[in-house]
Design a protein around this ligand. Structure first.
Ligand code: ADP
Ligand code: PAZ
Ligand code: K
Length: 279
């Protein structure tokens, strides 16, 4: 079995993948907190022959996790942001400073779609761009839905945006604090994504397919006008591409990869941008 770990600022996600059949056997998530103990929170390490890790948590959390795993598992692969990998050139001035979850998302997106816009809606919402030739441009970082809500300190923290709610309903002015907050931060997030996408496609002269991942991807997806696909396992896809272990992975397959969305034409993106500037 292969254990894949995606340690984010809020949640530490894991999944167990069968090395022979490439099937995902189980998955789960635990809060990323100081006393996180992988041995206690994740399933039976005895069946695990390899671990692949993406972590943006504090270095101490990663070091402790890796130390613990190395004692139990033969192969432990820790992903790092590098200047270049799998045909993608990191756009950061200091490539190693790019969050490794963003880097893995960009690698997975590029492997699947070629040039792409990779959006990760987690603790932060990150929007990264890779051009068709593999140049990563860098990206944008916005607070995620939960962080935006917490920053307002209006006692709405534990009322999440209903993932089933219609995006249209979220566009109406709220008539209670909790609705005003939820509708406000939702608009902030989706308008930023829509606008940033259009601006960068316009600047670069290319319409890119958009891929969405992260804990809030499903709810954000409802408000994103640009054609896009939701890919919950996108960061794991980057781990598969970076450290291929199974037959399918060596052939370039990433589990759960969606169909590549067909972007609208550049003319249409530019027309939308021009229209929004008239208002
Ligand atoms: N069951 C859940 N538990 C915690 N957060 C959730 C849950 N469902 C959705 N979320 C949202 O997902 C975000 C965490 O997404 P995730 O992609 O795991 O973030 P990170 O990678 O930063 O840890 C939270 O900030 C919250 O807005
Ligand atoms: C931007 C992030 C905080 C997003 O983390 P997440 O929301 O996935 O927990 C993370 O990718 C990170 O710590 N990045 C380092 C800074 C940077 O990418 O520029
Ligand atoms: K994120």
């Amino acid at each position: 079995m292969i254990l894949d770990l995606d340690i984010g600022n809020t949640l530490s996600k894991w999944r167990l993948k069968d090395a022979d059949s490439s099937e995902i056997r189980s998955r789960g998530a635990v809060w990323t907190r100081e006393e996180w103990r992988p041995g206690a929170d994740i399933p039976d390490l005895d069946v695990v022959e390899a671990v692949r890790i993406s972590s943006v948590a504090r270095a101490a959390v990663l070091n402790e996790t890796v130390g613990l795993l190395r004692r139990r598992v033969r192969h432990v692969h820790v992903a790092r942001s590098t200047a270049e990998a799998l045909g993608v050139v990191n756009g950061y001035e200091e490539p190693e400073r790019l969050g490794v979850d963003r880097w893995l998302g960009a690698l997975a997106g590029y492997q699947l779609a070629g040039g792409c816009c990779a959006v990760d809606c987690g603790s932060a919402i990150t929007i990264d761009f890779v051009l068709p030739g593999g140049q990563h441009l860098g990206g944008f970082i916005v607070p995620g839905l939960r962080l935006m809500k917490e920053s307002l300190k209006l006692g709405t923290r534990n009322v999440a945006i209903d993932p089933e709610s219609e995006a249209d309903a979220l566009l109406e002015p709220g008539r209670r604090t909790v609705d005003a907050v939820n509708h406000g931060i939702y608009m902030a997030a989706v308008s930023a994504i829509n606008r940033i996408y259009s601006e960068v496609c316009d600047q670069e002269g290319v319409a890119l397919p958009m891929l969405l991942t992260g804990g809030d991807a499903r709810v954000v997806s409802r408000g994103v006008q640009v054609p896009h696909a939701v890919w919950p396992d996108m960061v794991y896809g980057g781990l598969e591409a970076r450290f291929p272990l199974t037959f399918a992975e060596r052939a370039g397959k990433m589990s759960g990869a969606p169909r590549v969305p067909e972007p609208v034409s550049l003319e249409k993106i530019r027309a939308g941008l021009a229209f929004s500037m008239l208002l």
